[in-house]
Structures are given as C-alpha cells and as structure tokens.
Design a protein around this ligand. Structure first.
Ligand code: PLP
Length: 400
C-alpha cells in the first residue's frame, strides 16, 4: 500500500481544482456551466512568439540549454528589468525556470530551514503556503481585508516579524484580490524591512502588465535600492503574453541566492524547455503594443463585473487595480436561506449554491485564506460574463 511522505501530509488537492472538477462533471451531464475560475488569459499567444519557437526548432535548438536560462534569455530579462522597471540586474543575478511557480519552489528550497517563517498577506495565491510547507517552512498569514484594500500595512508587518522570519512575500497586483501596491503603499513596508536586516523580500510581479486606469506599477527594488541585496524579484511570461503553457518564469536577485536556486534546479529539471526559452526571448524583445489592447479589453471586463456585482444586494466589490480577478464580499448573504431551505453559512455555501442552482463556478475566499469573499476570474468573453453575472444576480435574489 502506498503511504505518502510526511512532508505532503498537510497539503490537500487545491479547492480550485476540486471546483473545476465538479464544474466539468456538470458540463458532461449537459448542463450550461460557466466557469469563472481559470487563472489564465483567454487570449492566444501572439503569432510572432509562436513563430520564434518554430524557428528555434528549425535551427536545432532542441537540446539542453544552460542550467538556469540561455544567455539570450538572461540578456532579454536583464534588458526588460532595465527598460520596464529601472532596475539593473547583471546576467549572473538572473535565473530562469519552468514557470514562476518553479522560481518560488527553487527559492524556498534553497533558502528555508525547518521552522523558518514566511510572512504572507492574506488573501493569497494558495500555492505559496503549500510550496513553503513542502520546503519545511512555516507560512505566517496576515489577514488583510477589503477595508485595508487587501494590502499589508507597516504596523501589521512589524508585529509579524520574529527572529525566525526569513521572507516577506508580496504579490502585486494580487491573485486573488486584484489589489496592487503603489509607491505610497510600498514605502512604509520597505522602511520596516530596512530596520530588520535579517528579513528578505520576495515579490511576485506576475501581473505587472495587467493594471488599469492610472495605476503606476512599481517594483520594490526600484524604490529602495538598499534592499536589492536581499530581494528576489519574480516575474514571468505566463500572464502578460498569454503563455501559461510554455512554462517560463524568471527572477532577479543577489548572486548567492541565484546560485543556490540553480543547485535545486540542476537536480529537478536540468533546465527550462529550450523552445519555450526562444519564445520568451521574442516575447520580451518583440513588439509590446498588443499589451495595451489586451489591457483595455480586461479593463472593460473588470468594469462590467464590478458594476454588476455592486448592483446585487448582499455583495460588495472593491475596484481592483490589476490582474483579472475580482474578490467581492458576500458577507451579506450569510444567514439567508435558499429556496430548498438550506441556510447559507459561509462563502463556500454561497459558491456551492451558485454552482448547484445556476451553474456558475466561482471560488470561495476561504480557498485563498480569507472569508467571506468569492473570486471571479474575468479572463473570459464579455458575453459569457454578462450571462454569468445575470445568473448570479437571479440566484442571489432568490435567497431570503
Ligand atoms: N504567481 C501568481 C500570483 C499566480 O497567480 C501564478 C499563476 O496562477 C503564478 C505566479 C505562476 O505562474 P507560472 O505560470 O509562471 O508558473
């Protein structure tokens, strides 16, 4: 009989995947299910990027590459950091992996000893805590609700720091809340970190290119160069360039950390896919104008979803600065009763009710460590969003 290792004992199958499986089962029964759960853009990878991959195959770039990124891709990443973020990383301060997820995994494997703590503002992308636990670390979750704009504040950070704190992990714009940290939000946090030299900063900038209105994206190292020697700046091509399946993520950080991460990677994957790296070079070096078009399309969808949600009695939705998620409160639904007599006691009850009565799949806030909310991913067509929101409104109105 198979017995799993104790290191994965506390890690269950992701709630998001479970909801996806239930939605898929209902679809197979022929029901008109709308899934607003996907964490990936519905756009296709741009043509020039696909062509670059084909050309790489034809040139014979089908072998192992350098361990943590081809020289061409590292150079493109260094130029990206300089051009878009105003940050100078040398080529040996850059690492490339099989998605930002593997960057996180390499970084925690390379840096955490048993019991080391990682501070994470909540709601958060749940892979963070699962990866940290696999690596022997302890996630320290700090609730940051809608009233605080889903953002960590300096006093909460200060209070959470202990001698065991290894990292603070910030994600802006955030999955699942869409909240982002501008310069004024970051400054007080960076000042706290300056006072605690044993604490390192990990920033996940995956959604950098999906921001709205006049929001000015900024990355901490650009604001506070004194923290560069203990910051890992993570980014990737998955979300910006609609390249989730190509599996390329990258990061900039101090040389010693980057080297330690390469040690982990050398025994995990040997290197990222050669063909995907060639595609990522084109993504970073090629034309960037389609980003603005896609951003405009995401913004229309955001506005559609937020305004429809706020018209529903019992739901309140803050306007997110970025990413393609809304994280609305459904606190007003708690205590109401469904037509079949079942009482809504939690955000999971509410999202189950939506799936079971109107075939709309969304994810409860508890899946991201913060109730009473639910996440909608609006990376889908406006027609589908309109239909889904009208079903959510009807189902909500049927609660008494
Ligand atoms: N970081 C955040 C906040 C994400 O939401 C995701 C994907 O959902 C990732 C990182 C992982 O991206 P990648 O496809 O590069 O592994």
């Amino acid at each position: 009989e198979f017995r799993s290792a104790s290191r994965i004992a506390s890690i269950g199958v992701s709630k998001i995947l479970m909801i996806g499986a239930r939605a898929a089962a209902r679809k197979r029964e022929g029901r008109p299910v709308i899934v607003l759960g996907a964490g990936e853009p519905d756009f296709d990878t741009p043509e020039n990027i696909k062509e670059a991959a084909k050309a790489a195959i034809d040139r014979g770039e089908t072998k192992y590459t350098a361990l943590d990124g081809s020289p061409e891709l590292k150079k493109a990443v260094a130029e990206k950091f300089r051009r878009e973020n105003g940050v100078d990383y040398a080529v040996d301060e850059i690492t490339v992996a099989t998605g930002a997820k593997q960057i996180l995994f390499n970084a925690f494997m390379a840096s955490l000893d048993a019991g080391d703590e990682v501070i994470i503002p909540t709601p958060y992308w749940t892979s963070y805590s699962d990866i940290i636990e696999v690596c022997g670390g302890v996630p320290v979750l700090i609730p940051c609700d809608a009233a605080s704009g889903f953002r960590l504040t300096a006093d909460r950070l200060e209070k959470a720091i202990t001698p065991k704190t290894k990292w603070v992990l910030l994600n802006s714009p955030s999955n699942p809340s869409g909240a982002a940290y501008g310069e004024a939000d970051y400054r007080p946090l960076l000042d706290v970190l300056l006072r605690h030299p044993h604490v390192w900063l990990m920033v996940d900038d995956m959604y950098e290119h999906i921001v709205y209105d006049d929001f000015d994206f900024v990355t901490p190292v650009a604001l506070e160069p004194a923290l560069k020697s203990r910051t890992l700046t993570i980014n990737g091509v998955s979300k910006a360039y609609a390249m989730t399946g190509w599996r390329i993520g990258y990061a900039g950080g101090p040389k010693a950390l980057i080297k330690a991460m390469a040690v982990i990677q050398s025994q995990a994957t040997s290197c990222p896919s050669s063909v995907s790296q060639a595609a990522a070079v084109e993504a970073l070096n090629g034309p960037q104008d389609f980003l603005a078009e896609r951003q405009a399309s995401f913004r229309r969808r955001r506005d559609l979803v937020v305004s429809a949600l706020n018209k529903i009695d019992g739901i309140e939705c803050r306007v997110p600065e970025g990413a393609f998620y809304t994280f609305a409160s459904c606190k007003g639904m708690i205590g109401r009763t469904a037509p079949d007599g079942k009482r809504i006691e939690s955000d999971t009850d509410f999202t189950d009710y939506l799936l079971e009565t109107v075939d709309v799949a969304v994810v409860p806030g508890s899946a991201f460590g913060l109730s009473t909310y639910f996440r909608i991913s609006y990376a889908t067509s406006e027609a589908e969003l309109t239909e889904a929101l009208s079903r959510i409104a009807a189902a909500s109105a049927a609660l008494a």
